[in-house]
Design a protein around this ligand. Sequence first.
Ligand SMILES: Nc1ncnc2c1ncn2[C@@H]1O[C@H](COP(=O)(O)OP(=O)(O)OP(=O)(O)O)[C@@H](O)[C@H]1O
Length: 256
Amino acid sequence: MNAPAPAPIRLVNLTLGYDRRPAVHHLEGEIAPGAGLAVCGPNGAGKSTLLKALAGLLAPLGGSIERGGASPRNVAYLPQIVDIDSAFPINLRDFVAMGAMTRIGLFGGLDAAERARVAEAIETVGLSGFEERALDTLSGGQMQRALFARLIVQDQSVILLDEPFGAIDEATIDDLLALISRWRAEGRTVVAVLHDFDIARRAFPQTLLLARERIAWGDTRDALCKANLARARAMSAAFDESARECLRDEETRHVH
Ligand SMILES: Nc1ncnc2c1ncn2[C@@H]1O[C@H](COP(=O)(O)OP(=O)(O)OP(=O)(O)O)[C@@H](O)[C@H]1O
């Protein structure tokens, strides 16, 4: 694995947001090495925001993410498909090879070992024969497979997936879930934002149910129980988008 010894990722009183407006409040928890964690919750709950922070793309407004010596560079991050530019003029092989960039640099050439790794990744996701195809000619499911092939080449110990199964068919979902189990069997940590609770129950032992704050974090079946889901919906509906400051911070300030 292209990574240092695994350490837990600790979220310490973590508050995240944009332009000082909090989107996720006071999150506490620990993601153990090798964990399979689903992040679920209503629209706008802060799921993608949390993933961006775990990927090192968003600095906390408060609190911290402790990585035990690892850096965000040791994380492979798959953004939501809407945020990916598939019109980029590149063929599938070169796109998958971009996963090797942290090892070889932006303009470094691929040696034989890296080329073999790229070919194997393409085969693993079932896209052999598509190597020369332009990215913008791939179907949605094929594009998702290509993105997973790039993650294989990245070879990181922590893999973050933002809604990896939107608009793809059952067969592709099954293949990609098999890949996720393989990653976990290799000791990698996988954190995935999921809207489909059945997939969370099937493939992710742990779930964080988020609605701007932590509603539940633990065994997936317990976290996604009816009572918690109802609470998440109510919290989300009650959230005041115009609130510029975190209410709990305000209260703490008044107490002191
Ligand atoms: N770049 C941004 N600038 C300002 N506000 C943002 C930005 N990105 C997200 N937000 C706001 O942060 C909050 C959380 O958004 P986020 O995308 O994390 O939610 P989500 O749980 O992933 O939602 P969904 O299920 O709809 O994808 C929302 O209120 C959103 O409008």
